[in-house]
Design a protein around this ligand. Structure first.
Ligand code: ATP
Length: 236
């Protein structure tokens, strides 16, 4: 579904990505792990069209995205739940979710059905649907960010650090949701610093180190790899 070849992204003189190649097949959950500043968020932004590529190629269903602006990528089926959630704090939970469906005409019956689906997946969002998003806890805001991305009816869901800054119990809840989405057949690219949890839910994984893929393979194999365990799982 997603093919990335030799992708390069620069910020001025900083080479954030130096020739990254990666694939995600339909129905797979692929995780990209790596430390602070490895380039994980940059890769996500390049896929969703928020950062221009300096070299290489990103293709979705075989179509080169080089000339496809971000909003067209959403229409093709790529939706991102961004790092730091970025919900609209002064709008209600419900309106934040509806914003995710902005490509469909307001009032479309499918929007109400999808809203109901998000409320089933995230019961807390149903309870709090009329509250301003800014009053939600961090975990609830994260669920809202994922729900909003799902309202775009993506075929590829990009999740950028969904566990960031959340308490361990809430992180568990977020990963349970990712598991549910996986069981429904959703294709997911998951960026995480919580490598342990991410590798447990993923089918395959890539380790990104200073803008380059340091290793890749089945998630289970990386979970057992001593070098990965030492560097990213804090275990020897
Ligand atoms: P983190 O988990 O801390 O977000 P990351 O793996 O997502 O890390 P990126 O945010 O993609 O890493 O950053 C990769 C590199 O690019 C870092 O060296 C970072 O300082 C640099 N960088 C990121 N965004 C910008 C920007 N807007 N301008 C300049 N440099 C940037």
């Amino acid at each position: 579904m997603l093919q990335i070849e030799q992708l390069a992204v620069n910020y001025g003189a900083i080479q954030a990505l130096k020739g990254v190649s990666l694939t995600v097949a339909a129905g797979e959950v692929v995780t990209l792990i790596g430390g602070n500043g490895a380039g994980k968020s940059t890769l996500m932004k390049a896929i969703s069209g928020l950062e221009p590529c300096a070299g290489g190629r990103i293709a979705f269903d075989g179509q080169d995205l080089a000339r496809t602006p971000a909003h067209r990528r959403v229409a093709l089926g790529i939706a991102q739940s961004p790092e730091g959630r970025q919900v609209f704090p002064d709008q209600s939970v419900r309106d934040n979710l509806l914003l995710g469906a902005y490509l469909r005409p307001a009032g479309d019956a499918s929007i109400a059905a999808d809203l109901e689906e998000q409320f089933t997946t995230f019961p807390r969002l149903r309870e709090r649907q009329h509250q301003m998003a800014g009053t939600l806890s961090g975990g609830e805001q994260q669920m809202l960010a994922i729900g909003r991305a799902l309202m775009a009816r993506p075929r590829l869901l990009l999740l950028d650090e969904p566990s960031l800054g959340l308490a361990p119990l809430i992180v568990k809840e977020i990963f349970a949701v990712i598991r549910t989405l996986k069981q429904r057949g959703m294709t997911i690219l998951l960026v995480e610093q919580m490598a342990n949890q991410a590798l447990k839910v993923a089918d395959r994984a890539y380790v990104l180190k200073t803008g380059e893929i340091a290793s890749s393979g089945p998630a289970q194999a990386l979970l057992e790899d001593p070098a990965v365990r030492e560097a990213y799982l804090g275990k020897h």
